[in-house]
Design a protein around this ligand. Structure first.
Ligand SMILES: Cc1cc2nc3c(=O)[nH]c(=O)nc-3n(C[C@H](O)[C@H](O)[C@H](O)COP(=O)(O)OP(=O)(O)OC[C@H]3O[C@@H](n4cnc5c(N)ncnc54)[C@H](O)[C@@H]3O)c2cc1C
Length: 513
């Protein structure tokens, strides 16, 4: 067998210094530090970053842990708050409210999955709401948080958490981290690329200044533009607007009023939905909408008239088309972040997709020839991730009973992918939530949306029927009581931040943001 270590990629150019670019630079410089990589990141202050992306998923903690980043330090640097899940208001019907928490529901009380026992009791007098059987939901509603201890690893009190942070500060934090590990940062605008006449590989990129940068591997983190993957390699875009038609957003920060809630809120509106993401020093707000159903002005007015505090900046408008590149890895170019695709931010999945892109790249780290089989496998994995998330997002729209506006009626009738239709059928008929073999959202997430949006199964797992009624009521009562007791013992979210040393320390003047 031949030793091909001399064929490994050594020189990497990352295009873009947004969240995707700096996450990639930080991860490669740390996780592959033994390879002697020469990494250059090129970013353009003139173009700037998308400047939104504040809510994350618990997986981000594994990303940070793999880099050895201390969570308290991260929180102080990025104004981070804790996120225990997302509260969805007015989604099934106006007036409804439910949570998608970071944790499972209930406990093992027999051979069937917990939710079947609850479904058996649902609607009967004395049956508590499904959310009372989720530790993170009860904690979120009470505004409580403490770091999980050994007692929170499994059983009814198990939970996880994520962060809500200032994405620009997170990118800057990782920028410092990556540069300390040898990543070179270059400021400038890429205006062209030179392609190899034989295999079409990118050989170099040139800046407006005339400077040229060559590499074995190019990572396109240039945002929606797709400077390399699309403008140069013309990979093509798979448009999923037919499944998820929202295509615009306004974003604006405002002053914080009231207590610091440990969760993100997504409130359905007439022609879209509005996010509320509390950070330590402000609240991030945005209205995601579909321009076929509302004018830009009305969308903006709806956002600005529902802010809880004084706006802290001019609202920013963003345009997007849901979908993904036909190939996220093409030749010697890998697109990570918005350059690879975009699914609307309803479940805060974009940063997680960046993380998956990085993990898959590290796992398949290529030789200079970039074998087609590596690229194919990468694309297969990323395509599956995107499709699973697309289905989960679409569930929020097809499972609505709102009659107040054309958008909700039309979205309910949308043609859905077979994979989603199968999931809904399995739940409606027997309460089953088969896990995808690959994909981000597992059964508890699907249950949250199904039950939260009034989709109930016709029947429950017959094994849940064996437990005598009285015993079932007692066991359910014990589970919710255990959860309440655990939550009662927690600190408030604000107290946790203050006492754990995680209070925001704004960057000093002159420090790169
Ligand atoms: C409305 C909205 C809300 C969102 N909310 C969330 C959320 O809550 N949670 C979440 O996980 N994600 C969210 N996202 C997604 C999130 O914002 C992005 O995934 C994340 O910011 C990564 O962006 P990026 O780094 O890929 O692109 P950008 O931030 O756009 O960065 C692109 C970089 O490329 C550089 N660049 C571009 N062209 C050139 C060139 N020619 N030469 C040199 N440099 C160039 C730019 O200067 C910049 O540095 C949201 C997105 C939108 C649109």
């Amino acid at each position: 067998m031949k030793d091909r270590s001399d064929r490994l990629v050594r020189k990497i150019v990352i295009v873009g210094g947004g969240t995707a670019g700096w996450m990639t630079a930080a991860a490669l410089s740390h996780r592959l530090c033994g390879l002697g990589l020469d990494i250059t990141l090129i970013e353009s202050a003139e173009i700037g970053t998308v400047g939104v992306g504040e809510a994350t998923l618990p997986q981000i903690r594994y990303f940070n842990q793999a880099l050895g980043i201390d969570e308290t330090e991260l929180m102080t640097a990025t104004s981070a708050t804790i996120k225990l899940g997302i509260q969805f208001c007015d989604w099934g019907r106006i007036g409804d409210s439910y949570f998608h928490p970071f944790g499972a529901y209930g406990d093992t009380i027999g051979p069937a999955d917990f939710h079947h026992y609850w479904v058996r009791q649902a609607g009967r007098s004395g049956c508590e709401p499904f959310g009372n059987f989720s530790f993170p939901i009860v904690a979120a509603e009470a505004g409580k948080f403490d770091l999980p201890g050994p007692q929170n690893e499994d059983g009814p009190t198990a939970y996880s958490y994520a962060f809500q942070f200032d994405a620009s500060l997170y990118a800057a934090f990782l920028g410092r981290f990556a540069q300390q590990r040898g990543v070179r940062r270059v400021e400038g605008k890429i205006v062209s690329a030179a392609l190899d006449g034989e295999n079409g590989f990118i050989r170099s990129v040139s800046l407006e200044s005339g400077e040229t940068f060559g590499a074995d591997l190019f990572i396109d983190c240039s945002g929606f533009r797709g400077v390399l993957i699309e403008q140069e390699l013309k990979t093509g875009y798979e448009d999923w607007s037919e499944f998820l038609p929202n295509n615009r957003a306004y974003a604006v920060p405002c002053e914080m009023m009231g207590p610091l809630s440990p969760y993100t809120r997504a409130t359905a509106r007439e022609a879209g939905w509005q996010w509320r993401i509390p950070l330590q020093h402000r609240v991030g707000n945005g209205h995601v909408y579909c321009d076929s159903y509302i004018s830009d002005q009305d969308a903006l007015d709806q956002l600005m008239t529902t802010l809880e505090g004084k706006p802290l900046a001019e609202p920013k408008q963003l345009f997007f088309a849901t979908g993904k590149r036909r190939k996220m890895w093409s030749r010697n170019c890998v697109a990570i972040g918005l350059s690879g695709g975009f699914l609307e931010p309803l479940e805060s999945t974009s940063i997680d997709l960046i993380q998956s892109g990085i993990d898959n790249l590290v796992a398949l780290f290529p030789e200079q020839e970039c074998a087609v089989s590596d690229a194919d496998e990468y694309n297969r994995l990323m395509d599956a991730e995107y499709a699973r998330i697309r289905d989960f997002l679409m569930l929020h729209y097809v499972a609505n009973q709102r009659e107040d506006s054309p958008m909700w009626r039309d979205f309910r009738e949308s043609q859905m992918p077979d994979s989603l239709a199968a999931k809904i059928d399995a739940f409606k008929s027997r309460g089953l939530v088969p896990d995808f073999t690959q994909g981000l959202f597992l059964a508890p997430s699907w249950l949250s949306v199904f039950i939260g949006q009034n989709v109930m199964p016709e029947t429950w797992d017959p094994r849940a029927g064996i437990l005598p009624k009285q015993e079932l009521e007692t066991k359910l009562g014990q589970v919710s009581a255990t959860i309440r007791k655990g939550v009662d013992a927690m600190r408030t979210h604000s107290r946790f931040i203050a006492e754990s040393g995680a209070a925001f320390q704004p960057p000093e003047a002159g420090q790169r943001q």
